[in-house]
Design a protein around this ligand. Structure first.
Ligand code: NAP
Length: 456
């Protein structure tokens, strides 16, 4: 099989394969990107905003086709796939409509004579390396702010979503992007390394695993390139004594089983105060049982297959390791018979530090419940993770919410909600969850030259 291929995860059948580019094709793409940058960044801001609005419109116009491709290539249930396409459209629209305000010069209040302002300027051609789990949304978070700024983009998408990668390129071209402003590249890891080493390339953004993040981060450091890394997570979900247990259980199930649990901000560790343990366990199991596996093309399906047979095998190994070492399985926990990389909604408790499931990211529909006896114990357990991406804190006690918020080692805290991405909310983490932020004005500033203009 070639490196870039559509493999239907409901059957394992290889649907279509694509050649990787040659080294000289990749080098030519970078040259085209560099050339396009010279004129793209000099265009009127209004022109760049108009392009983004047309890209948003085309996402909406082709929503059903785009969603079907997602269901085909990575197994997302069609209704969740449509929601993702709409979020991607909203991201392009946000930067289109807020561009002028976001890029306005910032006048500094200075001690010296004269004036000083900071202008937000582009830096040049960028490389995006993107994952398959939210194929349009992850790409939109990188593409939209950078096209607005005037940067140009080469995008290497995950090797299991090549048709979606090409559709993104088609849409941006159809919206009227000048030649070279946005290019999809079917590149190898070696070619990615060559691009990062090239003097024309000014930055790289990777969303993916820690392994890929440390490889890309090392290359960026070696070649002094700006980088943003959006990596894994094992988000804690705290159910504190005053929580509304039913509300928490519904949010935890949606937060854990949506996208078949394959989200960086899935609610992977449910940390429940003993005062609520029994009631939460009952309510959560009832909600989890609603997530039945089915055909991702069907409107009623909530839990599709995992993205690949390999991803499922890895998850099953993590669960089996926990069970062999004494964890309790309340629901699921087995590989179902039949074709496709399906894995059922699974609920575990009694997971201890000697088990892989305690510290590793479980990138599939497996919830781990931990019982604690105090708020401080909940915080300590939440922070006992190499990751620090999102979190959720369910409590009706405002003081407790503030106390916990200040102590969680994460990039995002949801109070009585899980983290739901929106175009104007910054997204990102600390610790091994990465470096930098996407979305909102924060995302726009990552690959910007904050140029000081001093006038006396
Ligand atoms: P992955 O294996 O790291 O792949 C992500 C992308 O990186 C793919 O395009 C992949 O290409 C590429 N890649 C991997 N190693 C590379 C290397 N050495 N050089 C150049 N490119 C390389 O991750 P994944 O399994 O697809 O995605 C799941 C991970 O992403 C999870 O850990 C999840 O939590 C994380 N994630 C984080 C966020 C966030 O915002 N923090 C959002 C979504 C997902 P190939 O496909 O060709 O191998």
């Amino acid at each position: 099989m070639k490196k870039y291929a559509t493999v239907d995860p409901t059957s394992g059948i290889v649907v279509q394969e694509f050649d990787t580019m040659t080294d000289s094709e990749v080098a030519a793409s970078l040259k085209r990107s560099y050339k396009a940058y010279q004129s793209w960044h000099a265009k009127d801001l209004a022109e760049r905003c108009a392009l983004l609005q047309r890209i948003a419109d085309l996402h909406r116009q082709h929503s059903i086709d785009l969603a079907k491709l997602m269901a085909l290539e990575m197994g997302k249930p069609i209704s969740q796939a449509r929601t993702e396409v709409e979020l991607s459209a909203a991201i392009f629209e946000y930067y289109a409509t807020s561009g002028e305000q976001l890029l306005a010069d910032e006048e500094l209040d200075i001690a010296g004579a004269g004036r000083a302002l900071v202008r937000t300027a582009p830096i040049g051609p960028l490389l995006g390396v993107m994952p398959w789990n939210f194929p349009y949304y992850q790409a939109a978070r990188f593409i939209a702010p950078n096209l607005l700024l005037g940067n140009t983009i080469l995008l290497k998408h995950a090797s299991n979503c090549p048709q979606q990668a090409l559709r993104i390129e088609d849409i941006i071209r159809a919206a009227g992007a000048p030649d070279g402003v946005y290019q999809n590249i079917f590149a190898t890891s070696g070619q990615v390394a060559d691009l990062i080493a090239s003097p024309e390339l000014q930055g790289v953004s990777l969303t993916g695993s820690e392994k890929a993040g440390s490889a890309i981060g090392a290359l960026a450091g070696q070649h002094l390139k700006k980088c943003v890394l959006e990596l894994g997570g094992s988000d804690p979900f705290l159910v504190l004594p005053s929580a509304d247990v039913d509300k928490a259980a519904a949010a935890a199930a949606a937060g854990r089983f949506g996208n078949a649990g394959q989200a960086c901000t899935s609610s992977k560790r449910l940390i429940v105060d003993s005062a609520n343990w029994d009631s939460f366990l009952d309510a959560f199991l009832a909600k989890a049982a609603e997530w039945q596996i089915g055909d991702p093309m069907s409107e009623d399906t909530r839990l599709g297959p995992m993205s690949s047979a390999q991803a499922r095998a890895e998850l099953a190994e993590q669960v089996d390791d926990a069970v062999a070492k004494g964890a309790t399985v309340h629901l699921g926990g087995y590989i179902p018979e039949g074709r496709g990389s399906f894995y059922p909604a699974t609920v575990l408790s009694g997971v201890t530090p000697d088990m892989r499931a305690y510290r590793e990211e479980l990138f599939g529909p497996v919830a781990v419940l931990h019982r604690v006896n105090s708020v401080d114990e909940a915080i300590a357990l939440a922070n006992d993770s190499p990751y620090g991406l999102g979190s959720a804190v369910f409590t009706n006690d405002d003081k407790q919410a503030a106390y916990v918020t200040d102590r969680l080692e994460v990039g995002m805290v949801g109070i009585n909600t899980t983290i739901k991405s929106a175009p104007d909310l910054p997204f990102g983490g600390v610790k091994s969850s990465g470096i930098g932020r996407e979305l909102g004005k924060y995302g726009l500033n990552e690959f910007a030259n904050k140029k000081l203009v001093r006038t006396i």
